[in-house]
Structures are given as C-alpha cells and as structure tokens.
Design a protein around this ligand. Structure first.
Ligand code: AMP
Ligand code: MG
Length: 413
C-alpha cells in the first residue's frame, strides 16, 4: 500500500486524494458479451482488432469515369466499355485508351487507377474526353486506407460511444466483450431527511443527494441499488452498510462524515471496514471518507448537496471509473478571462461555479454564478463550468485569466 490511507490524516490535496484512491482499488474482473445494440456506454474488456480492411477494395470517391492514367499520355479521349456501380462491379479489364463509367463507392475496375469526375468529362456516344488536367490516382479511395486488416481499432477500457459502435459495425463486429456493469449502493444518512413528496416536519429538509448520484451513475451505466434514507441510528446504519456491502461493488453514502454528534457513520465504518476520514483542502467538499468494506469499496461524501456533487464528480468518479474497468478521461481545462471579481482565500483548491461563453472577439470569458455556499444547489444548476482556483492563490479581479473546466457535456445530456 502506497500510503496509510485509512487513518485520520491532516489535509490532503485533491490530487493526493485521487492518487490514494486509485492506488488502492482494482477493476472488477468479470465480463459478458453484448451485441452492439446493448453496447452504448459499456466498457470494452478486450482490445478490438479489425477482421477486415476498410474500405475492402479500391473504390471511387466520385461519380465519373475510371481510366488508366498512363493511357492519357497518348490521348485524352477514351472508349467507354462498361460501368461499375456500388455493389455491382465491372468484372472485365479496362485496357489502354478505354474507360469505365463509375459511381461513388464502386470498385475500381482492373486496369484502372484514376477517376475523373463527370463534370470534367465530355461524353459523345461511347467517346469520353477529359477536359481538365488529370492527376494519377485522383478520386480513388484505396483498400485499407481507413483501417488495415488486424489493426487495433479500440482499446480495452474504452467506454463505447455512438461512433465507437458504428466503427465496430463498419468492420463487421456484431458483439463485444465488456466489463459487467458495476453495482453501486446509495445510502443517504440523516434524521432530518425526507423524500420528495412527503410532508416536512419542523427541522426537516428534502433529500436530494441520492437523486443526483443515481442519475450520474446511470450515465456511466452502473446498476444502482438505492437504500434510501437511513436515520442517524447506529444499528440501522450498520445494517444498511452491511446489506449494501453484500450487494454492491461500491457503496456511496452521503452525510455524517464530518464527525458531529449524530454522525454514526464513522463509528459503524470503523466497526466493519478499513476507512480513512479525510480532510481535503478543497472548497466545497472538505470531508470525505474512503476505504474498503469486506466486499466493496466505500466513498463517504459530505452531506451538503454542492459538496456531495463536487466531491463525487471530482474525486469519487475517478475511483469508480477504475473499478468499472474504464480508462480515465482527462477532462478539458482551459483558460478564460473572468468578467467578475472572484473572491478566494489561499489554502484550498476552489471549484467555484461559473458560466462561460465565447464573446464577440473570440475570447473565452466566464462569470461566477454568485453565491457559492456549499448548500446552494442552484449555484450548480445555473452553471456550465467549474472555475478552478489553485490551492495557494488568492482572489482575482475582473479581467484576469482563470482556469475553467466545462461540465455541461456531462450534466447537460
Ligand atoms: P452532514 O454531512 O450529515 O453533517 O450534513 C451536512 C448538511 O447537508 C446538513 O445541512 C444536512 O441536512 C445536509 N444533507 C445531508 N444529507 C443530505 C442529502 N442526502 N440531501 C440533501 N441534504 C443533505
Ligand atoms: Mg447528518
């Protein structure tokens, strides 16, 4: 083990937390075979090698006439001897001084190496003359120029998107081995939590973390087992954690990690697993628990909805990606000019919520969404990016450059 990740620690940086997690977990090892219709967002278990070359034969990129380039040195008028259509090749051989009518995608006939587009040809009876300079091999797509036989087209760990699936189909692969779906158990802890639709009593609030997590996990095709809301009670929490650990690869709880009076999570987890309760120098999100239960990996997110969302998105997701067998994708970060002042005290990495766009002069500019409290869920709802501010930096004035990480692609789908 690269560190003592399971004990109380002083502040960890975001990177240290991610490294500690990733170094201490393994991908699941089970796989299944699915056909392409079931493959969206699944993770490849093996490299995919093309059994064919693409295109399978030299073919035309244009509607026009196929010729032997060398024969044009003698005369630019040729005799039309046949036609080659997509799916209906010309089976004869085209000699010097001859040409074959050809359509886009059709096989280049034997003896030909060049296609002249029909707009550059003059046809009179069976005589076809070429009006423009011709380059050898123009408008020919060569066999194997896109994909070679036995070429690796996708690597193990790739989470399949629509183009990947089309690519597999284009080489004739109808089914693929993928990691089985991971099972993720969700537990929301807190006496004050009520499910939407229920009446609130004095001091209650509505539970929302479970909803966010469920739908984020659905995007990566995890099977979610929802244990709902569990009251702050040692026995109930212990029962829920033990059940979740039996049923799932990953257990995610929210709330109860900041070690207040009613936070039984720590007591239960100390009892049944090997868990570290971390303080991470990030804002929002400070507390996070991570560790190993007897059969599963555990993430304990803070209860505040913004903190839960940000720690899940920035940290826990990296671990879940590895457990699912998927290759991590580096999220795009780019510079932007802030149009508003951004307040910050040195000491923690800030993930402020912002709105970016490209202005009339082509600059990427960003504005804060305002109140950045860790309970203000609407501050994420109004945002399309994080404004990431380094641990050691202070605030910045309007007009200065900052780093943003767009998240609309993930949250907006
Ligand atoms: P805790 O981490 O349990 O101290 O909770 C911190 C804050 O987050 C408190 O105001 C809780 O009421 C709130 N909270 C905890 N869990 C949830 C949840 N699942 N959904 C919405 N708010 C929550
Ligand atoms: Mg609580």
């Amino acid at each position: 083990m690269s560190c003592d990740c399971f004990s109380e620690q002083q502040f960890l940086s975001v990177e240290q937390a991610i490294n500690n997690i990733v170094d201490n977990i393994e991908a699941i090892t089970e796989f299944e075979e699915v056909n392409l219709d079931q493959a969206l967002n699944r993770v490849l278990f093996a490299d995919q090698v093309s059994p064919v070359q693409v295109p399978p034969h030299d073919n035309s990129a244009m509607d026009g006439y196929a010729v032997n380039f060398d024969s044009l040195a003698t005369s630019t008028t040729t005799k039309l001897i046949g036609k080659s259509m997509a799916g209906e090749p010309y089976f004869g051989t085209c000699g010097l001084g001859e040409c074959v009518r050809i359509m886009t995608g059709a096989v280049i006939p034997d003896g030909c190496d060049t296609v002249i587009m029909q707009e550059h040809c003059q046809v009179e009876g069976d005589k076809v003359s070429f009006l423009k300079d011709v380059r050898k091999a123009q408008n020919v797509r060569f066999a194997g120029e896109d994909i070679d036989n036995a070429q690796t087209i996708l690597h193990r760990g790739k989470r399949l998107n629509a183009i990947d699936i089309a690519l597999l189909a284009s080489v004739g692969i109808a089914s693929v081995k993928v990691y089985r779906k991971i099972k993720v158990a969700l537990i929301a802890t807190g006496d004050e939590l009520k499910a939407a639709g229920q009446p609130l009593s004095a001091g209650d609030i509505y539970e929302s973390n479970g909803h966010f997590l469920k739908h984020m996990l659905a995007k990566i095709n995890a099977d979610v087992i929802d244990y709902g809301i569990i009251a702050d009670d040692f026995d109930l929490i212990k029962q829920a954690f033990c059940d979740a650990d039996e049923a799932a690869d990953v257990v995610i709880s929210s709330g109860g990690v900041s070690v207040g009076d009613a936070d039984y999570t720590k007591m239960v987890l100390d009892d049944i697993g090997k868990i570290g309760f971390w303080k991470i120098s990030m804002k929002p999100g400070k507390p996070l628990a991570f560790g190993l239960l007897p059969n599963s990996t555990f993430f304990g997110l803070p209860g505040n909805p913004v903190s839960a969302a940000v720690t899940f998105y920035q940290i826990a997701m990296q671990g879940i990606t590895k457990i699912a067998g998927a290759t991590p994708i580096k999220r795009m970060r780019l510079p932007a000019v802030t149009l508003t002042e951004l307040r910050k005290a040195p000491g923690r990495t800030d993930f402020q919520r912002g709105n970016y766009h490209v202005d009339e002069s082509g600059r990427v500019v960003v504005k804060t969404t305002g109140t950045q409290g860790s309970g203000v869920l609407s501050s994420i709802g109004r945002a399309n990016c994080f404004i990431i501010m380094d641990k050691d930096q202070g605030g910045v004035s309007a007009g200065e450059s900052v780093v943003i990480e767009p998240f609309d692609a993930l949250l907006g789908d």
